[in-house]
Design a protein around this ligand. Sequence first.
Ligand SMILES: O=C(O)[C@H](O)[C@@H](O)[C@H](O)[C@H](O)COP(=O)(O)O
Length: 232
Amino acid sequence: MNQHPCNTPAELAQRLAAWIGLRLHQAIDGRGHAVLAVSGGKSPVPLFEALRAQPLEWSRVSITLVDERCVPHDHPDSNTALVRTHLLQGPASAATFVPWFDELPDTLDDAALQTLADAAGQRLATQPWPWDLAILGMGEDGHTASLFPHAPGLTQALHASGPVAWTRPLNAPHARLTMTLPALLATRELVLPLIGPAKLRVYQQARLSEDDTLPISLVLHQHTTPVQVWLA
Ligand SMILES: O=C(O)[C@H](O)[C@@H](O)[C@H](O)[C@H](O)COP(=O)(O)O
């Protein structure tokens, strides 16, 4: 795990956008294509706005998600809407975006969520594996992607062989689809931007021990996938 301290959130967004742009350029240079998976939430917006302006062969980049809320794409909480609004603009509009579903079933019982997760996994299987980069976020409860502590579905999401599982967060809205932990750790590199003292405290706590009550700790304590932690 490498740490990249920044003085301000604006500096982090600018420096990390350039760093991600270089990584994607290297992937395109080496393999002809790049696959980037991104998180939702609020803090990625400045990063997305800096990243979309990076000089890159965006037509050779596929973008998808590390998780999705089970809401329609026109819902304000949709990660698909977030990426379309803030990242797939300007030069980055030439990228290929892979949403995790198009429509939702009328009911979202566990069986329906499992069907959605399996179908999303098949969509993601169309992208050349291993993906080049996944941008993670973290909540103040130590969740990352939609691997929420104590959530129904978490155990399956931590150990499933497939790329996508479902969870029902206890303290966050909407049923979710999430990349499984094995899928996240199968990417070539992970990026974790953390902004603000509250998240820094959770991060420091997660570095002390590996425990699924702080799912981000399972990412920080593994040794198979490089993790780049950006702090401001
Ligand atoms: O869909 C999501 O909500 C994200 O994937 C989630 O893991 C997010 O990264 C954290 O909840 C932090 O969210 P903020 O950036 O809003 O703090």
